[in-house]
Design a protein around this ligand. Structure first.
Ligand SMILES: [Zn+2]
Length: 556
């Protein structure tokens, strides 16, 4: 057999129950053709075959990142990062240093601003002390709140408030001016637009297409952002990306990149349905699905947000937030309409993925899926609930009953990776609900499908750090151990994600006929202590038989 690529001396974990382990693999024309022992597979190599000696490293299917925002992630690589930073002086120093290195920016965007950053409420006046003369926007790590200084609010035309969509809040002070705290995209989109990146945010802000049509120069600039994001993902072993915002413009950019060999991961882009849209907008979702539906670029699903996040109390809860009588957040869609929309998407045989953080949001989403099932009958829908941070116990069995995937992020529980434990745990979840928070194993034990992801740039896209977080998570006081086992954890980042994306016939498993998408871990993942996984690098990433990343210390 004339094969293109052979990898030998690997500790292959295939995620295929029929053959869980293999020492070597051969690929041809972007597909796996054989698995076996090093001797068996080496015998397939001819003079034109690229042979890679894995040197005993772990070989896995390329990681499937089941929930991320590629264009936002790519654009944020160039922004100021202040994760974990505390205190006014440190913030001022970080801003000054960044500003000196980027003198021409119309807006400083800083990522990773924690709620406790200043130890007191963050206001426009506080930010004016640090940066009085140039617009600055600080994003909370969850990307659902922005704090802006006075000049930013002025230039955006929202210093004295403005109309926003329900659930999107420009927080106002008693004197009738904005405090600087902006909750949800509809509140801060005008500030973000000051940076000139409005085009890049359309897919998450409105789900609409850029008007007028971007020029070739603008397209090239946006493709460079995608390229930076894709390179960053490849360096972390990712070969399949399920994006969680999108529009046709993004697909057209990625399609153009494919033609010049720059598409280094398979990307699935949703149609983003927003509350302002008429139901007929789903015609555009169907058209995206029809026009982009191959092994590298696809659509076929509709993303929605039903709520916000816990920290700003925009997450929809069944009961009141702790110490906040009457406060349960609010749904971003009127609930009867939401169920009707779910039913219509499902009737068009499109998959649905809904950001659902609070237990009220999870319930509303499951209600929507149940209504769709009742109206349209069963089909291979695989609808998904994104995040599932808090759940009402009564809703746990509904995941299995409806065939729904819990799409969750090991990096998200407060205190586990980069998100601080407080004030979220005490003030926004409340100790008596800790047992209902981030209940991955409870869901799996109840028959739910599960997929892991980072939600990059909400948290670090680094899969190895995320695996460490998943495997070392300590139960909250009074809660069960919600970790999955080692192999189940790897499965959720590979075959589990592939199934949730309707891509299990192509990626997520090492077996003949599957895509030649591989990640070679820089070590033996089964013997590295779990608390060291985050420091472990990626030796090699291969997508469609082509090397997309090679670690510094690895000679392929
Ligand atoms: Zn997201």
């Amino acid at each position: 057999m004339d094969v293109d690529l052979v990898i030998t001396n690997a500790k292959g974990l295939t995620m295929d129950p029929a053959r869980p382990r293999a020492q070597a693999v051969a690929a041809k024309a972007g597909r796996i053709v054989a698995l076996g022992s090093t001797a068996e597979i080496a015998a397939l190599a001819g003079p034109g075959t690229r042979v890679i000696d894995a040197g005993g490293r772990s070989l896995l299917p390329g990681f499937v990142e089941s929930h991320m925002h590629l264009l936002l992630g790519g654009s944020e690589l160039m922004q100021l990062h202040i994760h974990g930073l505390r205190g006014q002086e440190k913030l001022a120093a970080a801003v000054a240093k960044y500003r000196a290195g980027h003198p021409d920016l119309p807006l400083i965007m800083a990522q990773g601003a924690e709620w406790g950053l200043l130890g007191r409420p963050m206001t426009r006046q506080e930010l004016d002390k640090i940066c009085p003369d140039l617009p600055i926007a600080l994003w909370a790590p969850d990307h659902h709140t922005v704090w802006a200084n006075t000049i930013a609010l002025e230039k955006a035309g929202i210093l004295h408030g403005a109309e926003t969509q329900p659930g999107h809040i420009i927080v106002m002070a008693e004197d009738g001016t904005a405090t600087g705290e902006l909750r949800e995209f509809g509140a801060y989109e005008r500030v973000i637009a000051l940076g000139g990146a409005g085009r890049l945010h359309l897919s998450i802000a409105t789900g609409e297409e850029p008007v007028p049509e971007p020029t070739p120069e603008e397209r090239a600039a946006d493709m460079a952002v995608f390229a930076a994001g894709l390179a960053h993902c490849a360096a972390h072993g990712i070969t399949t990306i399920v994006n969680m915002d999108g529009n046709r413009y993004q697909l057209s950019l990625l399609d153009e990149m494919r033609r010049t060999g720059q598409l280094t991961a398979r990307v699935k882009i949703p149609f983003h349905f927003k509350p302002h849209m008429d139901i007929q907008a789903l015609d555009r979702a169907e058209a995206m699905h029809r026009d982009y539906n191959d092994d590298w670029l696809s659509s076929g699903f509709v993303k929605m947000f039903i709520d916000g996040v816990l920290d700003s109390h925009t997450a929809l809860m069944v009961d009141d937030y702790p110490n906040s009588p009457g406060d349960r957040g609010m749904p971003l869609f009127e609930l009867d309409r939401y169920s009707a929309i779910c039913t219509e998407i499902d009737r068009r045989r499109l998959q649905i993925a809904v950001h659902s953080i609070g237990d009220g949001a999870v319930r509303a989403t499951l209600d929507g899926y149940e209504a769709a099932l009742k109206a349209n009958g069963p089909w291979d829908s695989r609808h998904r609930v994104e995040h599932v941070e808090i759940i009402n116990r009564a809703d746990i069995p509904r995941f299995a009953a409806l065939g729904v995937t819990a799409s969750v992020q090991p990096s998200h529980p407060p205190g586990v990776m980069d998100f601080p434990a407080e004030p979220t745990l005490t003030d926004h979840i409340g100790k008596d609900r800790w047992r209902d928070a981030y209940v991955w194993k409870t869901l799996v034990d109840a028959g739910a499908r599960i997929a892991f992801a980072s939600d990059w740039p909400v948290t670090d896209v680094n899969v190895m750090r995320s695996l460490q977080a998943a495997l070392t998570r300590v139960p909250y006081d009074g809660a069960a151990d919600e970790r999955l086992g080692f192999m189940d954890t790897l499965f959720a980042y590979t075959a589990g994600g592939a199934w949730a994306a309707h891509m299990e016939g192509l990626v997520g498993t090492l077996a003949p006929g599957m895509a030649a998408d591989f990640v070679l871990i820089d070590g033996d993942i089964e013997t590295i202590p779990a608390d060291q996984l985050g420091k472990t690098g990626i030796a090699l990433t291969i997508a469609g038989g082509q090397i997309t990343h090679q670690g510094a210390g690895f000679a392929a």
